[in-house]
Design a protein around this ligand. Sequence first.
Ligand code: ZN
Length: 238
Amino acid sequence: MNITVWNEYMHERLNPDIKKIYPDGIHGCIKKFLEESGEGFNVKTATLPEPECGLTDDVLNNTDVMIWWGHMQHHLVPDEIVEKVYNRVQEGMGLIVLHSGHASKIFRKLCGTRTDQLKWRDEHDKEILWVVNPTHPIVKGIGENIVLEREEMYGEHFRIPEPDELVFISWFSGGEVFRSGCVFNRGRGKIFYFRPGHEAWPTYHNEKVQRVIINAAKYVYTPKPDFEFYYGDVESIL
Ligand code: ZN
């Protein structure tokens, strides 16, 4: 399975405190634990500053699962690239959207709603992600919850379409709740939105968070079909 970890890669370069948490970038951290998972993943990274955002046709056509982290510069991802990623998801590429990726162009396009809209507070809340579907493959090995002592708060109402599968609901110390692990099916592709991962806290060093992302990569992976379905000659019908 070929995985591409895409990161905007701005906070880690601009802010020394965040660089200390993720010296190789958030993408570097995620790549490392995926490679060390023993699952045999072939992991590459791509970042916004690279030509074509690192997402050339060659990269996209050879990616089975993409992981997406962005925050400040969603608007700098060109629409043509968003369209290409969108089409790859429709063809069966898995997509894991992390944290502030909720406001990315690609997630908004795939959901078709204002997924950028939610309640928000960055005052160091405690977060508990409660498993609401204990038999779901994404929560294998997690237990009943994940406790994060410090995280940014995202609260309902989160303007997503009704998820096809709900895996986690978060509680925050401010009293808010949030649908923090959601699966959506689009075309042949599966999308998993996973909420935690604010850049100022070491969330992606948490072993349970890592386990969820490893499980999710396997879950959203869709093998290529044995044959291509023939959709007919549209012009002859018209
Ligand atoms: Zn954040």
